[in-house]
Design a protein around this ligand. Sequence first.
Ligand SMILES: NC(=O)c1ccc[n+]([C@@H]2O[C@H](COP(=O)([O-])OP(=O)(O)OC[C@H]3O[C@@H](n4cnc5c(N)ncnc54)[C@H](OP(=O)(O)O)[C@@H]3O)[C@@H](O)[C@H]2O)c1
Length: 237
Amino acid sequence: VARRRILITGATDGIGLALARRLADQHDLLLTGRRPMVEGLPSGVLYVRADQADPVAAATIVDAALSASGWHALDLAILNAGTGFAAKDGFDDPATIRLTLDVNLSSAVALSSMLFARLAAASGGLVLIGSTARRGSAAFPAYAASKAALHGFARALRAEWRGRVAVQMLHPGPTATAMHAKAGFDPGRMRAVFAGDMEMAAMIEDAIASGAAGADLSFLRRVFAVALRRHRPERRL
Ligand SMILES: NC(=O)c1ccc[n+]([C@@H]2O[C@H](COP(=O)([O-])OP(=O)(O)OC[C@H]3O[C@@H](n4cnc5c(N)ncnc54)[C@H](OP(=O)(O)O)[C@@H]3O)[C@@H](O)[C@H]2O)c1
């Protein structure tokens, strides 16, 4: 396996951290998060704090970190950082709407345009992490809107960057991370059918390696694949 330079945003927790743990042995990783310094990251990785509540500032910080590391070409960027908040009585307040859109959408736009030259230099790939909630989620209207918009952004970017940088849009289904508790939402017994974080990371890695333009990823999808005996060894990056 060729060693690659990979950026993963939101790698301090949940799916991003699980991805970092899967990839750290084989690749060079630059991880980002909101927390100052993080314990529990795999050894040997680079980490930079970049709060995506300010999308342009976060993109500038990541750009500086890439330059400081001499990463003028970047093989893969996985824009995974995300946030969501359960709406009270079906309504998000204005500050929550703005924060959700800034972290989940505007930051992806700012980071993507900042990363283009480095990704193109490596004939690399951009992976955007959406959500199956993009189709609508009663408890999370602003979150669902941010992910639906991200999907539209990915389609536009794929056309724009064709032949230079590959763009993949991956939509995880419900996954057992701390995200729901941070969002103020208790999934109750539904949690029993959530994918595990390492399992979702494996599905994401497999989807990236497949080169698919887009995919919905859920625990049930994998269960069905096994049941239908179409399971095959997962692809690694
Ligand atoms: N869990 C699910 O059921 C599910 C389903 C579909 C899609 N997703 C998507 O998968 C991605 C990862 O979610 P997850 O479940 O792993 O959630 P998570 O465990 O809460 O991790 C989210 C990551 O994003 C970071 N982050 C949040 N706000 C940020 C900000 N303002 N600036 C920079 N980083 C920020 C978090 O940092 P802190 O820990 O410091 O906040 C953390 O590293 C998200 O895009 C999410 O929308 C999740």
